[in-house]
Design a protein around this ligand. Structure first.
Ligand SMILES: [Zn+2]
Ligand SMILES: [Zn+2]
Length: 180
């Protein structure tokens, strides 16, 4: 079996990208991988948006291989392309205010102050996403090479309100000063 896009036959599968269930009838992306525990293959399921954000290469290849376009095709393809051009973008797993001052930024290596906005990262390896620390919102440009990240943040931190996103945008726009 190869990667595929198909309607979910039931609501049983959870999306690997966001952890939420995929509704019955909704289109989903299936990434086919060798099964590490047995012969044959296993399939990882994703919402289309989550696949565009977190698995851009196999998703785009599958999307472009379809004979008929699907709803939102251009937007999904464009987000996936962004994640291929800017190789660290697929690591984005949401954003929030730091609950403590203990985490160190993976970009500038300075501590992230308690209460400061930070972007959460996951690294993908062999079918698994592992939580992999944080970067300052102000380090987004340096780390991701772009600050056009709000669609990803909204997707993976659905609890954020518009005012939160406005605060985050303000910090994205204000780069962290390099250490003197
Ligand atoms: Zn999802
Ligand atoms: Zn930083």
């Amino acid at each position: 079996m190869s990667h595929r896009i198909e309607p979910a036959p039931s609501a049983r599968a959870k999306c690997r990208g966001c952890g939420e269930r995929i509704a019955a009838g909704e289109l989903r992306f299936g990434e086919s991988l060798p099964n590490p525990f047995a012969d044959g293959e296993m399939t990882l399921w994703f919402h289309l948006d989550c696949a565009a954000f977190k698995r851009p290469e196999p998703f785009l290849e599958t999307l472009e291989g379809r004979s008929e376009p699907l709803e939102g095709q251009e937007r999904l393809a464009s987000e996936a392309r962004q994640g291929i051009v800017h190789r660290r973008l697929p690591r984005i797993d949401g954003a929030g205010r730091a609950p403590t001052g203990r985490a160190q930024c993976r970009s500038c290596r300075a501590p992230i102050d308690k209460g400061a906005w930070r972007i959460a990262l996951v690294f993908y390896e062999e079918g698994r996403f592992a939580a992999s620390g944080f970067v300052h919102a102000g380090c987004a440009q340096a780390y991701f090479e772009t600050i056009d990240i709000l669609p990803r943040v909204r997707r993976f931190s659905p609890g954020l309100r518009e005012e939160d996103l406005a605060e985050l945008q303000a910090e994205l726009d204000r780069p962290v000063a390099p250490e003197a």
